[in-house]
Design a protein around this ligand. Structure first.
Ligand code: TXA
Ligand code: MG
Length: 337
């Protein structure tokens, strides 16, 4: 397939209309959002949605998020209870995906047969203009090959999906850098299934009883995620990843010494203030938000350098730090020291 690739802003009406037409008629369009790039298809067309799974190599039991452009679109696809409505009012548009009971128009291909549906209203302007132009809810997972780090820049999407999709819209870098918070509103109180830009503290300011699922290692006895996607090994770069929590500088220096003795190429992902002598160093800044913005790009970059090991300082827990830790722990297969 010949993939058309265009730079786009929300003002490129003709281009967005053409992209919307591709979606309406069953094709695939990759597009920017404020979290990560998405790979979109018409969310009411089961056959179109199947193409997403084929292009990504995604297991079909992992449901997709439906993206909408106006809050009023939510009730057409889901049953909006008072809890969901308050969360939508408070945090949309933005990096929050709300799980509600689904309506009949949502095909099984989107929900993987569940009776619930995930809905998100992104804030990124190109994303909203595209969904408007499509005139249908847009089903979209992250626009990466399954198992690779999520794409936060157009180059990542091109690397993974050129030749596999009809169009890629290049709208610059995603500014948050990790995927949306997924929150389940079908129980007695809201539960965060995947941490992201909307944090537990933010949700608790409205629902003090809100909870978050704990980070758990795949395969452990108590590992029964409610969000099917959380069970897959995600975000895996080729290199071995190790996360360092306390006394990171001292421990990382020790590992760097070991790597050099063993003839292994090492990369370090760390705060700007840290200093190491390693083959490749990528610095994220100081805050967990800065780390979120460059985490997935850094994992891809280290793969490009063909390092054997990636040694990471853990981020602070504040803000989006919980979400960053969740992604980092998975990338490291829970090798946390
Ligand atoms: O920021 C994001 O959420 C990005 C952008 C493109 O919007 N999308 C994204 O999609 O990360 P994806 O498919 O990579 O992740 C969707 C997550 C998966 O963990 C999936 O299992 C979960 O949402 N999910 C979807 N529908 C669900 C449902 N009905 N119940 C529970 N979890 C659901
Ligand atoms: Mg994904």
């Amino acid at each position: 397939m010949n993939t058309k690739i265009y730079q786009v802003t929300e003002q490129d009406t003709m281009l967005l209309e053409a992209a919307g037409q591709i979606l309406r008629s069953g094709g695939l369009v990759a597009f920017p959002t404020e979290t990560v790039y998405g790979l979109g298809a018409n969310g009411l067309d089961g056959q179109a949605v199947k193409k997403i799974f084929a292009a990504k190599g995604r297991p079909s039991d992992n449901p997709l998020i439906l993206h909408i452009a106006e809050i009023s679109g939510a009730e057409k696809i889901g049953v909006i209870n008072p809890c969901a409505a308050r969360l939508m009012q408070a945090f949309w548009p933005g990096p929050l995906t709300v799980i509600v009971r689904k309506k009949d128009c949502v095909p099984d291909e989107v929900t993987a047969g569940l009776d619930t549906v995930a809905i998100r209203l992104p804030s990124q302007k190109v994303a909203r203009a595209l969904i408007c132009a499509a005139g249908v809810p847009v089903a979209a997972p992250s626009a990466n090959l399954s198992g690779k780090p999520s794409p936060t820049a157009p180059e990542h999407v091109i690397q993974d999906l050129d030749g596999k999709v009809d169009m890629i819209l290049d709208g610059g870098s995603a500014n948050i850098g990790i995927e949306s918070t997924v929150i389940d509103t079908t129980g007695v109180f809201p539960v965060i299934l995947r941490p992201g830009g909307v944090t537990l503290e933010m949700v608790r300011s409205i629902f003090p009883q809100a909870q978050a699922e704990q980070h758990k290692k795949e395969g452990s006895a108590d590992y029964r995620p409610k969000s099917p996607g959380m069970k897959y090994k995600h975000y895996a770069p080729k290199a071995k990843v190790i996360v360092f929590e306390r006394n990171a500088e001292e421990k990382i220096n020790r590992e760097l010494h070991r790597c050099s003795e063993q003839g292994l190429k090492a990369g370090v992902f760390c705060r700007s203030s840290s200093s190491y002598s390693a083959d490749h160093i990528i610095r994220w800044g100081d805050t967990s938000a800065q780390m979120a913005a460059c985490l997935f790009g850094a994992l891809r970059e280290f793969d490009g350098y063909e390092v054997d090991e990636i040694l990471c300082e853990a981020p602070e827990k504040e803000g989006v730090g919980e979400g960053v830790r969740n992604r980092l722990y998975k990338a490291a297969g829970f090798d946390i020291r």
